[in-house]
Design a protein around this ligand. Sequence first.
Ligand code: ADP
Ligand code: SF4
Ligand code: MG
Length: 287
Amino acid sequence: KIKEIAIYGKGGIGKSTTTSNISAALSDAGYNVMQVGCDPKSDSTNTLTGGKSIPTVLDSLRKGRGALKVEDVIFEGFNGIHCVEAGGPEPGVGCAGRGIITAVEFLKQENVYEEYSPDIVLYDVLGDVVCGGFAMPIREGVADQVYTVSSADFMAIYAANNLFKGIKKYSTGGGALFSGLIANSITFGAQKEILEDFTKQTKSTIAGFVPRSLTVTQAELSGKTTIEASPDSEQADVYRKLAKDIYNNKEEYVPSPLESDELKDWAESWSDKLLDLKKQEEGDFKI
Ligand code: ADP
Ligand code: SF4
Ligand code: MG
């Protein structure tokens, strides 16, 4: 059975970076991997294809006169990883959510999963599921497991909490289940603690911690994943461990999202804790 996982998170949080490094690590370990970018930005697979953008399913459908062929939208990236970009709307037209639905329907209709027989398909999906389009992989149970990338920043946690609401909502109708939060851009101990506490409050789990690292920045500037650009680095080890843990992860559950006022109270309690911490560290710290 093909393992299908969806990786959600707010824009700019590190979804594509993390997903591409997981893909690269699993591919290096001998797995047949497919990555499907489900973000209108369409740059999910850029570091797998030497920094270049590949044509999207939506664009190809719009341009194509005859029937769209599988080869027009599936491209070989690093180590033979199968790369697909769903694509987004024409500016001012909407709907971006449609891109995911169209792309996934096309792939299923063309029996791509049978033909390419990937061991794992990773969907890199924008957002916190406020609309049906982006919720599709959850709603339709396309993904077996859902993850979210989050930093310790409140807006990222807010998005993760909204995702939990979406998973909970669709769980009664056979929707996909949650399998863990990927804590990204962790630099300070307190950031780790904040996310550990958030997962405790929401009865969820952490799939792994990824530090913020210049190795990632350097790799991206050369159009590569960290796995490809710096395979001997500590950061590459982090991604290899994360990839292995995710591939073997059996946890699937419905998390318990916080209500708006609960989330606000939780955030304020952490604000107070951080203030105390700062005072301890710096003596006469002023905000
Ligand atoms: P998203 O796909 O969620 O929009 P990206 O993966 O494109 O986000 O990441 C946004 C930016 O943050 C990129 O420039 C990326 O290199 C950087 N980034 C993400 N994770 C890390 C990390 N752990 N260390 C350093 N830079 C990171
Ligand atoms: Fe499409 Fe979502 Fe926008 Fe609705 S809210 S038009 S589904 S992107
Ligand atoms: Mg992205």
